[in-house]
Ligand binder design. Structure first.
Ligand code: SAM
Length: 276
């Protein structure tokens, strides 16, 4: 079996199973089985698959057909130009979350002490640690499995991040210049209606944001008031349906509250400056 025909067969199988972007997915899974970059497939369509490569490819296709997201099969996802390790214990970092990094660069470029609440794979904490000269980056998560993945990413990418297992920011002290968070924000009633790849595979603790999706935000704002220095910034990723609820959560001690939209034009980021 050559790589070219394996690709065609994989694509047909995935299309038959209703998998979106079947061609691209087959390419990614075949590359993963061959341990090669995608360019190799185009330059070597005549590559003969070994028995082990064929078995791996078949298993990956089968897993994808059962609904497992491609990133959990390859254990990789790119975020802000870097490759992050992912496992089923963390949310797959989304491109929309890069807007949080961009907002941080826009309003808090000089922030030296940074806290990421609910770090998951560490995508935000590691990126923020590497993008600017920081003095301290602390990242929390309630999930021990997520912290293991974040630790692996920090180590692989050479970022200095202090990882703490706690409920939001409980037990932390110190004056931060910037707090970022992409907390779980799916309203309880909507979980059942999520795309099945998300609902059945991504960790529920990374998705469920209480009755209206804004509960974690209402808990994080008082924590930010405790942990930010006056003038420090809080930047949230939000779901577009909860923009009003999150803005309301900021309260009277906050200034310069601003919403930013993602590439689809939907509210995706809210930032505010703590001005007690
Ligand atoms: C939506 S995911 C975001 C992950 C990552 N920051 C990202 O943007 O890709 C939310 C994360 O918050 C964590 N989390 C949920 N509840 C938490 C809590 N009470 N305290 C700390 N972390 C929590 C979850 O385990 C998950 O890793």
């Amino acid at each position: 079996m050559t790589a070219g025909s394996a690709l065609r067969q994989g694509q047909a199988l995935l299309e038959g199973g209703g998998v979106a972007e079947a061609r691209l997915t087959a390419e990614v899974l075949l590359c993963h089985a061959l341990r090669r970059e995608r360019v190799y497939l185009y330059s070597h369509p005549e590559h003969e698959l070994s028995t082990v490569e064929w078995l791996h490819y078949g298993r990956y296709l089968h897993e994808r057909l059962k609904g497992k997201p491609t990133q959990y099969i390859t254990r990789r996802q790119e975020f802000f130009g870097r490759e992050f390790v992912v496992s089923a214990e963390v949310l797959i970092p989304r491109p929309e979350t890069e807007h949080v990094v961009e907002r941080a660069a826009a309003v808090a470029r000089e922030a030296r002490r940074v806290l990421d609440i609910g770090t998951g794979s560490g995508a935000l904490a590691v990126t923020l640690a590497l993008e600017q000269g920081r003095e301290l980056v602390v990242a929390t998560d309630i999930s021990a499995g997520a912290l293991r993945v974040a630790r692996e990413n920090a180590r692989r990418l050479g970022a200095l991040v202090r990882l703490v297992r706690t409920d939001l920011a409980a037990g932390l002290g110190g004056a931060f210049d910037l707090i970022v968070s992409n907390p779980p924000y799916i309203p309880e009633s909507e979980i059942a209606h999520l795309q099945h790849e998300v609902r059945d595979w991504e960790p529920r603790v990374a998705l469920a944001g209480g009755a209206d999706g804004a509960e974690p935000y209402r808990r994080i704002v008082p924590e930010a008031e405790r942990l930010l220095r006056p003038g420090g910034w809080l930047i949230f990723e939000i779901g577009f349906q909860i923009e009003a609820a999150v803005r309301a959560a900021f309260g009277p001690r906050w200034r310069d509250i601003e919403t930013g939209c993602d590439l689809a034009g939907l509210p995706r980021v809210i930032s505010g400056r703590y001005a007690p």
